[in-house]
Design a binder for this molecule. Structure first.
Ligand code: GTP
Length: 363
C-alpha cells in the first residue's frame, strides 16, 4: 500500500534538450509537452504530492524560462516550487548539486531525485523508507525491461546492494535497469563537485560503489515508461488517458479519449485508443484518430486518419491524409492525400503539398 512521507523534499531534473523528441522539443522542453491534456510534469508533481512531498526544486537549463510561467509557486499542486538554473548544462550530477543549494534538508535527511521524463507507478514512500531503514548512501529505483540492451543495466547482490553500474552492452548481465528515481542522503549530494559537469550514471554511482558505500537497488515491476522517444511519448499519454497508469493530474475521467475544453470533436468522427485532444483542436466529420496526441489548436480534417502520432500545436492534417506512427511539428500543414508512416517527422511550419508523400520510404 502507498504511504505518505510528510516533509520530504525533491529535486526534479528537467534541463535536458530532449533531442530524441525533436521536433517537438524545438519549441517546448520535453517536461512541458502536453501529455494526456496537461504538461508532462503535472503528472509527476501530482504523484510526488500524493506521497507527501511538499517542496520541489526544479533543476532547469534548456529553455529554463518556460518552467516558472507554467507552474509558478506550485500552490495549484499543493507544493512549494523553487527554480535553480544552470547557465550551461551541468549533466545529471552537476544539476543535482546545483539544485541542492535550494534544499532545506539536513545532511542526514533523504532527498528524492526524479528524472523529468519518467512515468512510474512504483511506491515512492516504500523506496524512501527502505533507504532510511538500510542507511544507504543512495537508493535507486530499478525496473525490469524485456530488452535491456538500450539501457545501462544495474546488477544487485542477494541483499539488494548494487554491485555495478554498467553502460549499454549487447550482452547485459541482468534485465534490471536504472529507472530514473533516486533517494540520496543529502550529504552525498553535497560531495558532488560544485559547478562542474558530472553524470550520476557514469561518475557518481560507479564512484560510490567503488568506494564501498551502500548503493541500494529498489526493484519492482509496476508500470514504468521513459517517454524520451516519440513512440514512447505517445504511449505514455495514451496509457494515462486509458487509465493504465492512474494520475491525479488527469483532467477528466479515464476512457477512450480525453477532449479538453474548447476542443471540437465532430460526432461523426471516430476518436479512441486513449487519444488526447487539446484546447481549440478540431476533429472533423469522418476523421479517425486513435492513440494519438492532438496538441492545442491543431486540425484533423474530414476523412483524415491519425494513429499513434503526435500532431503539433496549430498543425493541420488535411482531408484523406494518413498519419501513422509519425510526428507533425507545430504549425506544419500536411496537404490532402499524403501518407506518412513509420517514424516520419515533419518539421514545424513545413507545408507538404497534396499527394507529395505516399509511403515513408519515398522520403
Ligand atoms: P535526449 O536528448 O533525448 O537524450 O533527452 P534528455 O536531454 O532529457 O536526456 P536524458 O533523457 O538522458 O536525461 C535524463 C533526465 O535528466 C531528463 O529529465 C533531463 O531533463 C535531465 N537532464 C539531462 N541532462 C541535464 C543537465 O545537464 N541539466 C539538467 N538540469 N537536467 C538534465
Amino acid at each position: 500500500m502507498e504511504s505518505s512521507l510528510p516533509g520530504l523534499e525533491a529535486i526534479l531534473l528537467v534541463g535536458g534538450q530532449g533531442t530524441r523528441l525533436r521536433p517537438l522539443t524545438l519549441g517546448t522542453p520535453k517536461p512541458l509537452l502536453p501529455t494526456a491534456g496537461v504538461p508532462f510534469l503535472a503528472h509527476q508533481l501530482a504523484r510526488a504530492h500524493s506521497f507527501g512531498v511538499r517542496r520541489i526544486v526544479f533543476a532547469t537549463s534548456y529553455k529554463a524560462a518556460m518552467f516558472e510561467p507554467a507552474f509558478g509557486d506550485g500552490s495549484a499542486f499543493g507544493l512549494s516550487l523553487e527554480y535553480m538554473t544552470e547557465e550551461t548544462p551541468l549533466g545529471t550530477g552537476g544539476a543535482i548539486r546545483n539544485a541542492a543549494e535550494a534544499l532545506t534538508a539536513a545532511p542526514s535527511d533523504p532527498v528524492l531525485v526524479l528524472n523529468g521524463d519518467i512515468l512510474s507507478g512504483h511506491d515512492i514512500g516504500d523506496q524512501v523508507r527502505t533507504h532510511i531503514a538500510r542507511g544507504a548512501a543512495v537508493t535507486l529505483h530499478l525496473t525490469e525491461v524485456d530488452d535491456p540492451t538500450r539501457f545501462g543495466c544495474v546488477p544487485t547482490d542477494g541483499d539488494g546492494r548494487v554491485t555495478a553500474f554498467l553502460e549499454k552492452t549487447p550482452n547485459p548481465v541482468t534485465n534490471r535497469i536504472n529507472a530514473g528515481c533516486y533517494v540520496f542522503t543529502r550529504s552525498v549530494i553535497d560531495r558532488i563537485p560544485r559547478g562542474e559537469v558530472v553524470s550520476v550514471e557514469r561518475e557518481t554511482f560507479p564512484g560510490l560503489i567503488e568506494s564501498g558505500e551502500l548503493v541500494l537497488g529498489y526493484a519492482d515491476r509496476t508500470y514504468w515508461l521513459d517517454v524520451g522517444t516519440p513512440s514512447a511519448f505517445v504511449r505514455g499519454s495514451r496509457d494515462l488517458v486509458l487509465g493504465r497508469l492512474a494520475s491525479p493530474a488527469l483532467p477528466g475521467p479515464a476512457g477512450e479519449y480525453l477532449a479538453l475544453d474548447g476542443s471540437d470533436v465532430s460526432p461523426e468522427a471516430k476518436v479512441n485508443g486513449g487519444s488526447a485532444v487539446g484546447a481549440g483542436a478540431v476533429v472533423e466529420a469522418g476523421a479517425v484518430v486513435s492513440g494519438s496526441v492532438l496538441s492545442d489548436g491543431c486540425v484533423v480534417c474530414s476523412e483524415a486518419t491519425v494513429v499513434d502520432s503526435v500532431i503539433g500545436r496549430g498543425a493541420r492534417v488535411c482531408s484523406g491524409t494518413v498519419v501513422r506512427d509519425a510526428v507533425i511539428g507545430d504549425g506544419a500543414v500536411v496537404g490532402p492525400g499524403n501518407e506518412l508512416q513509420a517514424g516520419v517527422r515533419v518539421w514545424p511550419g513545413v507545408e507538404l503539398p497534396e499527394r507529395a508523400v505516399r509511403y515513408s520510404s519515398d522520403l
